[in-house]
Design a protein. Structure first.
Length: 266
């Protein structure tokens, strides 16, 4: 398979590197389009693929075009790309907020797949949900799914409307996790630990808790209760969280991220 990636920032290159790592594409079959000259020079030095700085008729030689630019940069990309796409080519967008219908209209192209990855894709541990236009056949959906799976896990959504919810839940999710970790580390520092010790205590706790959750047959509520003995220290913390509406605030933040994604689509 031959692939072009338009926009070779962190996420675009996370996909590129995973494709190469799992031999899904050869470097000579990977067209990297990066308009930032400094970034392009780095990619040239790394020999990451065929690096160019303009969208040209080289696009006609690929099977899949991945759009990995910022949504605000997309209109100028669309005006250049629309005249070069061939009917059989698949376009995979990993831009936030732009629905399939708008992509089809601006590119004058039917075969569109829209995906929402997250930053753990940089380590091959991402979570990506994707949806496809009705005109995209099952065989092409499977090809795209195999490519995305190289960056972590992929789930196909028949309802594209849920992509905005995915944006709020898992797309932005790593930032919520880091926010909680930072808050806990800051609490440790306030209680007297030096930053390195506080970070160690919190990060290892999170790591161990994740693996316990993954290997246990207990529900999350049961796991919480296993730590929170009646009248004990954990119960005191959980009561404070409830009084401060921590869980509700977190959910409202996720909903706000989803709503912002919907707003961007307009």
């Amino acid at each position: 398979m031959k692939i072009a990636i338009i926009g070779c920032g962190n996420m675009g290159m996370a996909f590129a590197n995973s494709f190469i790592q799992y031999n899904l594409v050869q470097k000579e079959d990977l067209l990297l389009i990066e308009k930032n000259q400094e970034r392009g020079a780095v990619l040239q030095e790394q020999k990451a693929g065929l690096v160019v700085d303009t969208i040209s008729d080289k696009i006609s030689g690929v099977d899949l075009v991945i759009l990995s630019v910022k949504p605000q940069d997309y209109p100028s990309v669309a005006s250049e790309l629309a005249n070069l796409l061939l009917p059989h080519q698949i376009v995979l967008s990993i831009m936030a907020g732009i629905p399939i219908r708008k992509l089809q209209e601006s590119l004058r192209h039917d075969l569109i797949v829209r995906a929402m990855p997250n930053t753990p894709a940089l380590l091959g541990m991402g979570m990506t949900a994707f949806a496809a236009a009705a005109s995209v056949g099952l065989a092409d959906i499977r090809k795209v799914e195999n490519l995305i799976n190289s960056t972590g896990r992929a789930v196909f959504l028949e309802d594209e409307g849920l992509i905005d919810a995915v944006t709020g839940l898992s797309g932005s999710g790593p930032a919520y996790f880091f926010y909680l970790i930072k808050s806990m580390i800051d609490a440790g520092i306030t209680m007297g630990f030096d930053p390195a010790m506080s970070a160690l205590l919190v990060k290892q706790t999170m790591l161990g808790s994740y693996h316990l959750m993954q290997t246990s047959d207990k529900s999350l509520d049961e796991l919480i209760q296993a730590v929170a003995s009646k009248g004990g220290t954990t119960e005191a913390a959980l009561q404070t969280f409830a009084e401060k509406h921590v869980g509700e605030g977190l959910q409202k933040g996720i909903f706000a991220a989803r709503d912002r994604a919907i707003e961007l689509a307009k």
